[in-house]
Design a protein around this ligand. Structure first.
Ligand SMILES: *Cc1c(COP(=O)(O)O)cnc(C)c1O
Length: 294
């Protein structure tokens, strides 16, 4: 395959030439934002929603995007075109830029740096969708909104990375993160849902979770299928005693959570509701109205 083409600050360049200066604040301090986006069948799934979230994150960290949102949208599509993406994964990033070691990004410093990568998705193997994931509860609490709001998809992901390392140290795939009150928030890069007595539940965003586009899609799909869904706080106890549980995210789609802290959830394999929602989701993502044509 020919070398990947990356959009970086106004130009489309081969991957090997796409380089960021060491003084960039995104690298020095995790000062920036990102989006993880999927393309299905030649369309970028819910691109407008991703762009709105990108804009909201920029506002939240006081970052002025270097281009209007419509132009950034076009860059995402053009990066897909240049890499002949039909089904794939897009990473859109904007760093603060700046150009110095000081914490304060001086107004006269280099402006924000925008880049976009489009490539293949790192997928879980299909059998993982039946078997489900092993999850441990991290001893690290999810960031509070008063410290770094989890609603910001920022480049500052140490909170999540440390929990993910913890999970893998214990032979698990993912880590469940609680808030300071011990209430379930989400996993390191995925939202969490449980199913109890045919009702689907997911924590409300204000508890300290990112408002996932996949999460929003599952909420819509439940409505369409006539499945009762509640955005409601729940605890580790509720998750452990659920009939089923699953995680949602752009890369993972909908994947069962079948083992929590070495205890099986439900009967220990992906449940009926999870598989039903996954099937519906895989149809939903291919509806023309849900994607922007590449
Ligand atoms: C991106 C992300 C999710 C999932 O959001 P999607 O838009 O569905 O991909 C969940 N939690 C965290 C912390 C994330 O960064």
């Amino acid at each position: 395959m020919s070398e990947m083409i990356v959009y970086l600050e106004g130009a489309y360049v081969p991957l090997g030439e796409a380089k960021i200066p060491v003084m960039d604040h995104g690298l020095l301090y995790g000062d920036g934002i990102f989006e993880g986006i999927r393309a299905y069948g030649g369309r970028v799934f819910r691109l407008d929603d991703h762009m709105k979230r990108f804009q909201s994150a920029a506002r939240a960290i006081n970052l002025t995007l270097p281009l209007p949102l419509e132009e950034i949208t076009e860059i995402v599509l053009e990066t897909c075109r240049r890499n002949q993406i039909v089904d794939g994964y897009v990473r859109l990033v904007c760093t603060r830029g700046a150009d110095g070691l000081g914490l304060y990004p001086k107004p006269q410093a280099h402006g924000p740096r925008l880049f976009c990568i489009a490539g293949q998705v790192a997928l879980y193997p299909e059998e993982a969708y039946r078997r489900g994931l092993k999850v441990i509860t991290s001893h690290l609490r999810r960031n509070k909104a008063t410290i770094v709001d989890p609603q910001i998809k920022s480049l500052n992901y140490l909170n999540n990375i440390l929990a993910s390392i913890e999970a893998h140290r214990y032979g698990a795939d993912e880590a469940l993160m609680l808030n300071e009150d011990g209430i379930v928030t989400e996993c390191t890069g995925d939202n969490v849902f449980l199913v109890k007595d045919h009702v689907v539940k997911t924590p409300p965003v204000w508890l300290g979770t990112l408002d996932g586009i996949t999460r929003q899609s599952v909420i819509k799909i439940c409505k369409e299928l006539g499945v009762e869904l509640k955005e409601e706080p729940f605890t580790h106890f509720n998750l452990l005693n659920a009939d089923e549980a699953f995680l949602t995210g752009t890369a993972a789609e909908i994947i069962a959570l079948t083992e929590l802290d070495s205890q099986k959830i439900g009967n220990g394999v992906a449940g009926d509701m999870t598989m039903k929602l996954l099937k519906a989701f895989r149809e939903y993502v291919r509806r023309p109205e849900n994607g922007a044509k590449i």
